[in-house]
Write a protein that binds this ligand. Structure first.
Ligand code: ASP
Length: 345
């Protein structure tokens, strides 16, 4: 065993998990990281070497920007050889976006990157922070024959490990805050942690980690609703510098059959804007051309987002637009699963 075995880097970005109640007035404030062991005395018993890097200042995840994803990716890159795994403590609100973004940015990842957070601050009595963090650390160091059991970007919450780019925040109240509607869980934590290996992606170990950090934010999400006006669609599709659209459609990928709608979409795709169809349903996939109401979209040059989450599609588009300049290269990569983010039949 090398001296680096069982070493985890904790990257604290912020969110509820990094907070504690001020006993004098009950207000939530960021914890002091030098006193982390006081909140989690169990950390010592794990025998795992733990180093923490806090973001200064800590941020609520609603304030996360692509620069934060880039910083996380850099920290993982800089510390990659020294640690067996990485745990990212992050607010739950945009955790699924960050985990999705990192899954694209960390190419050939062979070590676990486990995002976790909490619904109640770490310093509160009924907090879910302790269990979430300790189990995430255990998963980040779990190995078999010298290989990480889960070499993926994941989200661990309550008792379930999900593939990060398949996950969505589903609940603002319950401890079970996330779900992966279109892909099975990668592990369940009960008395033992049970890993479902056939669902875990194992990379070719001969490939080296490659961190790709270019992001292009010139995208927009358009969520359709009955009665959406031409003026709205026209304004959104003509945003200066716009490069891509996530079109949130109905059911299996359907949209109004109005001529003006078709013309607006066709005009945008002719101008080189990528439009990707994402169903508003949580479960299931876009099936372009199944109904007449999606045939128009095919004819207008709209691409299928298959069963991707909105979080994965948004970050995939930002990543592809940042990393590739040829629209054909981007379209080709939109039609395949890069790191398990969608099921293409
Ligand atoms: N607003 C918080 C955040 O996302 C909520 C949380 O941490 O769960 O940063």
């Amino acid at each position: 065993m090398s001296e680096n075995k069982n070493a985890v880097l904790l990257i604290f970005t912020g969110g509820t998990i990094s907070m504690s109640e001020d006993p004098s007035n009950g207000a939530l404030r960021p914890i002091d990281f030098n006193r982390l062991q006081e909140y989690l005395p169990e950390l010592k018993q794990t025998g795992i070497r733990i180093k923490s890097i806090p973001f200064l200042p800590l941020i609520d995840s609603s304030d996360v920007q692509p620069a934060v994803w880039q910083r996380m990716a850099e920290l993982i890159q800089e510390n990659y050889d020294e640690f067996d795994g990485f745990v990212v403590l992050h607010g739950t609100d945009t955790m699924a976006f960050s985990a999705s973004a990192l899954s694209f940015m960390l190419e050939n990842l062979s070590k676990p990157v486990i995002f976790t957070g909490a619904q109640l601050p770490i310093g509160m009595m009924r907090s879910d922070a302790k269990e979430n963090l300790l189990t995430a650390i255990e998963i980040a160091t779990a190995q078999e024959n010298g290989q990480a059991i889960v070499p993926e970007v994941c989200i661990f919450f309550e008792d379930t490990l999900f593939r990060g780019n398949r996950t969505t925040k589903k609940n603002a109240e319950h401890f079970s805050a996330f779900n992966s509607y279109n892909y099975p869980a990668l592990a369940k934590a009960g008395v033992h942690i049970k890993y479902f290996r056939s669902y875990i992606h194992y990379p070719d170990p001969s490939n080296q980690l490659r961190v790709r950090k270019q992001i292009d934010q010139n995208i927009v999400i358009i969520k359709l609703f009955p009665g959406i006006s031409q003026q709205t669609i026209h304004a959104l599709l003509n945003i200066p510098e716009l490069k891509a659209v996530v079109l949130e459609s109905f059911g299996s990928g359907n949209a109004p059959r109005r001529t003006w709608f078709y013309n607006e979409l066709k005009d945008a795709t002719n101008r080189g804007i990528l439009i990707v169809n994402k169903t508003q349903c949580s479960t299931g996939s876009v099936e372009m051309g199944r109904y007449e109401t999606s045939l128009n979209l095919v004819n207008a040059g709209v691409l299928s987002g298959y069963d991707c989450t909105t979080e994965a599609l948004v970050t995939k588009l930002m990543f592809l637009l940042g990393e590739y300049s040829s629209i054909d290269d981007i379209k080709q990569r939109l039609s395949i699963s890069i790191c398990g983010e969608m099921t293409v039949n």
